[in-house]
Design a protein around this ligand. Sequence first.
Ligand code: HAX
Length: 388
Amino acid sequence: MDDEKVLCEVTENHLNTGLRGIPVGTCRTSFVTPTEGVHYCGYPIKELVDFSPEDIIYLLFNKELPTSDQSSAFKADLAVRGHVPSGLTNVLQTLPKDGHPMDWLSVGIQTLGMLETTDNWREDSLNLIARMPRLMGLIFRYREGRGEDIAVDDTSKSLVQRFVDTVGVDEHLRAKMERVVSTYLVLHMDHGGGNLSTFTGKSIASGKATVYSAIAGAMNALSGPLHGRANQSCLEFVLKIGTSDEAEVEQFVRNELKEGRPVFGFGHAVLSVEDPRATAQFAIGEEICPDDENFKVIRTLRKVAPMVLSENKKIRNPNANVDIASGALLYHVGLTDPTYYTTFFGWARVAGIGAQIVDERTVLRSGKGVPIYRPKYFAEGQELRHIE
Ligand code: HAX
């Protein structure tokens, strides 16, 4: 006990600060550094951009990249697991069409759990990952009243192809949509252990609720405007700007700041440079849609906003973050309703959160698992009382 390393002196000032900076555990899947951003199992994200989502899921679960044979076998395994039980559609067709897609996602995941749970952490995580593309596509179809005309499952296809088949796409956009969604998934799969949705998911799982309940809860956490919904706000912000003229964009940014509103797509809690995930998405945009109107807006924003933001010394990082470009790319490939964007974030995170749940439940503490979460709260504004 005596030579145990002190990681953090907890003082009164730490109370009611959302556990900020308080060490709570270890994470085996990813970490974030100020200069290279997120790393998955040690690899900086910029080195992983061109891998398939399946290979990155393999990495998060096995802590090493697959060989070519392992990659094929894992893809085939996920494809076989991909069939969703038919009861799912009965539930989806009863949901309110104007409900937020994140609420549909959470209900969809919870429903999948009610229809089939194995109570094996890894099996359930992989089954859910395999069923996400179909669930995602069905959410679009049922929410938009296109439920009847649903493409059939083809178990030989990739995760992204199954989503694209289900949601439906103009054939001329198919290849671009597959590329954009595939990269989106890879870039968003994991982001350390302490972000709100991941922490929520692990916390629910620590009470031995099912993977489905834990991840449905994580999706609810992700749906907040301070967390995952920033990517929806970001594209709405880009649409509001509506010009790529440098002077007009600069004026717009200055005005947003003057009005006390955030300049979406810029700034980061950990990074001190442009997020490599933004850099990767800008590179794809320059390749597939350099003349797209929204892309032109974000290209100008990327040039102008850091200049304006850096005039304010309290802003630690004035550079582009991950949310700046994803909306413009999704919009370009035909996914034009920003209210869906956080569901893609959620879809990606199912892999990272699932892998972290498996680690916390079956690997950490020599396989015993992390006990049920129970941080300490002090009483405030309460005295000891008795009924007279
Ligand atoms: N626009 C306006 N103000 C900003 C800003 C921005 N882009 N970035 C930072 N600030 C402000 C902060 O609100 C904070 O103000 P107060 O002192 O009044 O609270 C001050 O500058 C210092 O902030 P910081 O220390 O540089 O950064 P934080 O860790 O507090 O915040 C945020 C990081 C990402 C929340 C912040 O940069 C922001 O609000 N950005 C705009 C919204 C956005 O793009 N969100 C998506 C984040 C994506 C992400 O992190 N993914 O992982």
